[in-house]
Design a protein around this ligand. Sequence first.
Ligand code: FMN
Length: 307
Amino acid sequence: MSSHNVDLSTTLAGVRLKHVLMNASGILGATPEHIVRLASYGLAAVVTKTFTEKPRGGYGPPIILKLKNCGYINAVGLANPGIELLPQVVKKGKELNLVTIVSVGGSSLEEFIKVSTVALDSGADMLELNLGCPHTKGYGLDIGSDPTNVYEVVKAVSSLSSVPVIAKLGLSDNYVKSSGKALEGGARALTLINTIKAMVIDVYSAKPVLSNVFGGMSGPPIHPVAVKVVYDVYKEYEPDIVGVGGIVDWVSAAEFILAGAKALQIGSALSTKPKEIIDSVLKGLREWVSELGYTRIADLVGLAHKK
Ligand SMILES: Cc1cc2nc3c(=O)[nH]c(=O)nc-3n(C[C@H](O)[C@H](O)[C@H](O)COP(=O)(O)O)c2cc1C
C-alpha cells in the first residue's frame, strides 16, 4: 500500500486533529506573531507558552545552554506576558483555524482558575495545565510532584472548563500516581513529560553556569526517559497521552506512539529548520505505518504493550 493513503489523524480528548504533531509549550506561543509562525509549520494544533496571571520577566541570562550531548538546559523562569495578552494570542490561533491549546500556569488554585477562565472566555479549544516545569519556584513540578495537589488543581479547573483539560506532568517519583490523580480529577488527557532537572558547572569559574543554578534538560538525552514514562502511564490507565521529549525525527516520534501516545509535541528540535523537521517526521511516520502494513497511525497506539 502506498504511504500516500496513510491516515495520520488522531483524536485527543475527543478533539480531532488532522495529524499527530503539535509544538511543545514554550517554543514560541507567547504572542500573536508567534502563533502566525507556528501556523506556517503545518502543525495539527498550537500550544501557547505557559501563561501566568501577571507578566513574568523570568530569570536573567544565561537562561539556555546547548549541551555536548545534543540536549539543552533552560531556566527561562516561565517568562510570559500575563493574561492581558492571552485573548489576542488565542484569537490569532482561531483566526488561523488552528486547534488552540492554552498552557495554564499557576502557583495557587486561584491563579490556575483565573488564567483558565481568561483562556476559556477567549475561545481556547483545550487547556493544558503546567504541573511539570522543574525550575520555577512555586510553579509546575513544585505542585505537580504531589499527587494530592495534582488532583485538586485538575478537579478545580475541570469543573469550570467547557473544553477538555490536559494535565502536563514532569518527571518525579510519583508520576504514575500523579497521572492517576489527574485522571480522577477530570483530566481528559495527559502530556508527558516536561524538561528534567539538570545543571552545568563552569570548571574555571567553579560556578553553576545558569543564573538560576539549575534548569530543565530537553532534547534527545531525555527521549528514552520520556518514552518510559509514557509506557508506564499507558500500561496503568490507558489514557489519552501526548508524548513529548526529544523528538528529532520520525523514529523518535514513532517510539512514543508505540509506547501509548495518541499525539506528540516537538519542542527543542523546532529551534532549527522547524518546517523541514515537521515535514520529515510526518513523511517518515506515513512510510513507517505503511511498511508495517497499517493504514491508520491510530491503530499503532500502544502496540509495544501487546508484544
Ligand atoms: C526554552 C524552553 C521553554 C519551555 N517553556 C515551557 C513552558 O512555558 N511550559 C511548559 O509546559 N513547558 C515548557 N517547556 C518544556 C517543553 O514544552 C517540553 O516539555 C520539553 O522541552 C521536552 O520536549 P523537547 O525535548 O522536544 O524540547 C520549555 C522548554 C524549553 C526548551
